[in-house]
Design a protein around this ligand. Sequence first.
Ligand SMILES: Nc1nc2c(c(=O)[nH]1)N[C@H]1C(S)=C(S)[C@@H](COP(=O)(O)OP(=O)(O)OC[C@H]3O[C@@H](n4cnc5c(=O)[nH]c(N)nc54)[C@H](O)[C@@H]3O)O[C@H]1N2
Ligand SMILES: Nc1nc2c(c(=O)[nH]1)N[C@H]1C(S)=C(S)[C@@H](COP(=O)(O)OP(=O)(O)OC[C@H]3O[C@@H](n4cnc5c(=O)[nH]c(N)nc54)[C@H](O)[C@@H]3O)O[C@H]1N2
Ligand code: SF4
Ligand SMILES: [Mo]
Length: 859
Amino acid sequence: MSLNRRSFLKGSGALAGAACVGVPLPVIAAAASAATEKTAADGGVKYVNTTCVHCVNFCGQRIKVEDGVIRVVYPNPDIAEYYNHGICPKGGAGPFNTYNPYRIKAPLRRTNPKKGPHEDPGWKEISWDEALTEIADKLKTIKADDPRKLVWHHGHGKYLIGDQFPKAWCAAFGTPNVVHRTTTCEAARHVADELTWGYHGFLPDLEHTNLLLNFGASFYEAEQWARWLDHASIDAMARGMKMVSIEPRLSQTGAKAAQWIPIRPGTDAAMLLAMAKVLNDEGLIDEEFLQTYTNAPQLVASDGHILTDDASGEPLVWDTVTSKATPLVDGVVPALKGTYGKSQARTAYQVLIDSLAEATPEHAEQLTGVSAAAIRDLAIEFGRAAMIGSTTVIDGHKIRYRPVAIHTFRGLAAKEFGVQNWRAGQIVMMLVGAQDAVGGLGLHHVYNKPAYFEAAKCEYPPNRVDLQESVYFPHATHNVCQQVAYTLLDPKAFGLPYVPEMQIFYATNRAFSTADALKQFEGYAKTYNVVIDLVLTETASMADIVLPDLSYLESWHFAPTRWTPNSGHKAIRQPLVNAYNIPLDAWGTMWELAKRVGFQKEYVEGMNKQWKTKKVTFDPTKEYTPKEAVAVLWEDATGTPLDYAIEHGFKGKHVDTEHRYLEGVEKQFKGPGKPKMKLYADQLVGSYNTIAKTVKEHQIKNLDLAYYKTALSPLPLKEHAIPTPHKNAEDYPIYLMTYKRMYRNQAGNTALNPILNALGDSDSNFVLINPVLANELGVGEGEEVRIETRVGEAQGKARITEGIRPDVVAVSYSYGHFSPGFPDYAKKGIWINQALELHPDVISGMNSFNDTKCKVVKA
Ligand SMILES: Nc1nc2c(c(=O)[nH]1)N[C@H]1C(S)=C(S)[C@@H](COP(=O)(O)OP(=O)(O)OC[C@H]3O[C@@H](n4cnc5c(=O)[nH]c(N)nc54)[C@H](O)[C@@H]3O)O[C@H]1N2
Ligand SMILES: Nc1nc2c(c(=O)[nH]1)N[C@H]1C(S)=C(S)[C@@H](COP(=O)(O)OP(=O)(O)OC[C@H]3O[C@@H](n4cnc5c(=O)[nH]c(N)nc54)[C@H](O)[C@@H]3O)O[C@H]1N2
Ligand code: SF4
Ligand SMILES: [Mo]
């Protein structure tokens, strides 16, 4: 039997799970292909093209429905040229979450007034009308009093119906408090991008990359672009690309890399800065790129500001032709290095060089545990592989060619100094000129928001309960979800001018998924809560009323999608079944509440604004079903009727070379008269000064200015490789980190999936321990160990493996559930989040997950 790769992938995804229990993938793939062909003509069988929104990869799927029952999930083969080839075990097993007997099937009201993580709410079933009436009455009271007292939270809900709907709904209600989960996710990565090049999101240009340094993006297990990165990286490696994985734990991605560099958690900035120093010292620098695209030549005053021209307000550079400080205009050849003028201003690049004086590989070795020789070798390999100065011709366009990329997801982001860690990565990329180059890192919507280049407004008193963009989290452009609970515990301490009374949680198990998690429960006990979920999660335990929802296989949505370097697509999600005859999905619930409270018209007007509808718009005088709402969005976005989407599931398009390489960095930053990519993030200097002023003016007590000064440095520093627990938790010798496994998605419903729990050891997790540490502790494989931190403890079975540093233990996520609403089989394993210390990144609000230190003892 022979299978080409494409048909193999087409068939394999759906049943990949079964392969883990011993059936070879090609056999399954052949059987699956044969099954599709055989049954296609059968009566009662249909194949529906839809989008998986079970996780954030949004794969195209083709689903077999037989006599109204979902039978098999396949990847949609038509989407392969635009995005996913295969699907993952979660997607293949997804229908078991829809058919899950433990789903919430009717509205529930709490009967036990005492709220706490381990209190049984004493749920009592009530009618939809009773539930909606009670919620609408609460909302009316709050709206009349002070609508800001309502806090709306969503997590995965952002993708299930799009955050445009909740944003429109909250604006129409009158509250600024709409809070997404991104600071528990990857917010720091976004904010580092925004500060550097004016928007966020990137992908390595894998068709052309020759050397990929992967700092903890786990794209064979997790990641948000995994279903493109999986096949694109495999193809790239088959072509000869070398992948190096820099991560404390050997992930599945690391396992396929040519080289694994086990770095100590939380210390990447030190390694990246040392690499920057080596590139400088070796002259492996793209001077032309730094001069013409970045603010490297701009003159920095002694107070950290960039000097500007009195007349035009434009930044000054030192012109080597006229020996004068001048804005960058035609004819000016700016100095890249040096100190100039009466004020002895240094170029931004010189400031970087000076700040790197002590960032030697030897120094980095002490922090990172990676040998100086390995750091030096990698930097030189990277610098040479970048082929600085080279170009290539594609479709008649001569384009910068730099076939090297640094990629990351939560590896660099999910930490106390997440922004600075990824800024360090971006700086290394800038030094070799690899952003938006062929084979480099393709940036998304470059300079789409010029405001990201400005100092933050540093609001005080804060308007929002999560303190977003306040003096506390000045550049938190993605909300600060974990902060809500802390503010609720003491609103006055943060200067909040009102006290929130009600929270609605839509598709998020927030209390379970943040660090220092028990504090979240305390915060939620302060308010009247509504939870909309599929299952009775830990967060649902804190609710006064719980509402059911339809799953992603049961409801309509103009689905989110993922772009790739050479394509984009629009897609819908469409209902296949309604397993428990649930009458309203979350979208319908929001619609109904807006109607009952009396802000439906404003809500619909807000929908047009949020979705930026142009040709086809929502009519504020009309009633909409979810399907009709999707029709508006689809038709407006694609110009084709909904029927097209119902038949095909998506509409794709390829992007041309110009769009791919020439419309980002090239168009926005190159040459005179343009804004510049920020090698030196001067807006942080401005933000810090405003913070300092505000703190004095308002005598703010709970903000440590010295800490903020270091955190908001315009350049990453070695201090950003020393998270607070590394410095202070002296009696806790071991580093503790966390990661995701393939079998669980996020903090809730996949724990109940019987198929995902049947794949070998997938029903439980464990503590990854190196044999050296295990020996020291006298712990054998499978024996119980206890992890103790300064905030909590957790216990579970040891898994002894060489795939982790000896000074680190790792525990995976979304195990150890304890909700009384979950069956026992979904509760196995370790919940590590209550033992993780929380030291948010103060620039972005990002939650820290990988910075805690601990003791490990044999239990
Ligand atoms: N230790 C550790 N902690 C972590 C992570 C980690 O790697 N390690 N990862 C972090 C990351 S990246 C993130 S994004 C956060 C996510 O953490 P959460 O915000 O908790 O997860 P979400 O995916 O946003 O929400 C999951 C909830 O949505 C519900 N849900 C799923 N589908 C539907 C639906 O159709 N309708 C409704 N109403 N509900 C639905 C699920 O049952 C579940 O309760 O966790 C973070 N926490
Ligand atoms: N199976 C599965 N897939 C998912 C999800 C899921 O819950 N389950 N969630 C989705 C979501 S919302 C997200 S945000 C993505 C996240 O996707 P990823 O960021 O790719 O995955 P994570 O496991 O959260 O963390 C990334 C890696 O960072 C490593 N790491 C930890 N600390 C450090 C460090 O200090 N330095 C370095 N270099 N590496 C470190 C971990 O070992 C881990 O392999 O996954 C998405 N896909
Ligand atoms: S990767 Fe995510 S979106 Fe794709 S099939 Fe798996 S669960 Fe669905
Ligand atoms: Mo995430």
